[in-house]
Design a protein around this ligand. Sequence first.
Ligand code: APR
Length: 313
Amino acid sequence: MSNKITIIGAGQVGSTVAYALTLKQLASEIVIIDIIKEKAMGEAMDIRQGTPFIGPVYIHDGDYEDAKDSDIVIFTSGVGRKPGQSRLDLTQTNVNIAKSVIPLITKAAPNALYLIVANPVDILTYLFVKTSGIPASHIFGTGTMLDTARFRARIAETYRVGATNVHGYVFGEHGDSSFVPWSLANIGSIPVDSFASSFTGKKLPDFNKDDIEDYIRKSGGIIINAKKFTNYGIGATTADLVDALKYSTDSVLTISSMMNGEYGINDVCISIPTLIGQNGIKGHLAAPLTDDEVTKLRHSADCLKDIIKQIEF
Ligand code: APR
């Protein structure tokens, strides 16, 4: 795979994604496009001038035609919520921005894989699938990848084990209705529920599952209250997704993508474990869930469908 990546949006998220890709040398060429051209130019120039210390990544600003032959396009443009603005209003605004960009970018890069990062990510992923003409298997929302990382990190912190030993996922909307199917979560193959009791060493701390899920859902808000935006976590998440798309073996990630009857859910983009590889989405892993977990997933899908109904696509 040659390695040209276009990033749309040079804001906090787009520029951090560009920097993360550069540091990890995941592209040989990165194009940054923003409606404010000077912003794209400044971010690209700043990152480019560090590349002698990093490696041969050619990063520059550009227009849509410069996205030609991109292997991957990363969509980060959108606006944050204004005081007093409803979530629905914000959703329509960001849908409108995406609607203006889709024809321009898909004309320039019809064969690229599309990574949707801007929020509300599940709705924007749905918009891309429904209107862009790009095959659904080439459209990935970052979905609950970051929530899943937060979950694994939190369990790892609790038990002081490496996060790579923690297996489990956050399912559903990237938002308030997301949840952890605890029946699938394990640490080093031991179900989370029996991990502490099976350990023969010093007593391990207890934790409350609701507190952990609450922590995951509130993390984004806590960071925004503290520093006004989030960028590093989502930057690392997006770089990890790009990395996974380069492996010759497939990866299981909780990206947001179009559901096709899994758990009885259709016509909505949502996150469940999904097998992805160099050619895009291979399929979903509809793992066995408890009845309660299936109900939660359907509820999450219904929350998104409710928004979809109220938005002009
Ligand atoms: N075309 C191209 N770029 C645009 C357009 C457009 N039509 N409209 C806005 N932009 C650009 C802005 O000029 C700005 O540089 O998108 C960028 C958004 O940057 P920020 O306001 O800094 O927002 P950011 O924090 O980067 O978040 C972007 O990612 O994680 C999500 O929730 C986040 O939806 C938000 C998105």
